[in-house]
Design a protein around this ligand. Sequence first.
Ligand SMILES: [Zn+2]
Length: 125
Amino acid sequence: MAFTDKTVRLAWKRAGNGGGLAHCQSCQKQVKWANRGRARTDGWEADHMVPRFMGGPDQVWNCRILCWECHRKVTGQQAAVRAVVRRSVQARPSRAVVRMRKPKVPTLPRFVVDPVKLRKLRKLR
Ligand SMILES: [Zn+2]
C-alpha cells in the first residue's frame, strides 16, 4: 500500500510554504511539488513516519514530506532496522532450539594422579 494522492496533498499542505513549495520536515530544505520522486535538490518523497513493515498506516498523521536526500537516509536506516528485526525473528528461535536439544554439560575436572599421595594411600592399606 502507498499513500493516496489526497493524503499526500494534505501532508504537503501541512509542510507547505505556498506556491507549490514546501519544506522538508527533517532538514527544512525547500522542495518543489513538481519534483516528487526526483533525485535532485528540490526533489521529495512522501515518507511513512512509522514504517509500513512496522505496521504504519497510509494515513495523513503518518505521512511526512521529506526532501530526496533525507528520504534516502531514512529509508536506508529503516532497511537496516528491518534486517535486524528479520534476523532476530528468524535466526534466534532456531538457535534456541539447537541449544535446547544439545544442553551444555559442564566438563568435569580431570583426575590427576599425584604419585606422592598415591604412595601414601598404598602404605595405609
Ligand atoms: Zn531534508
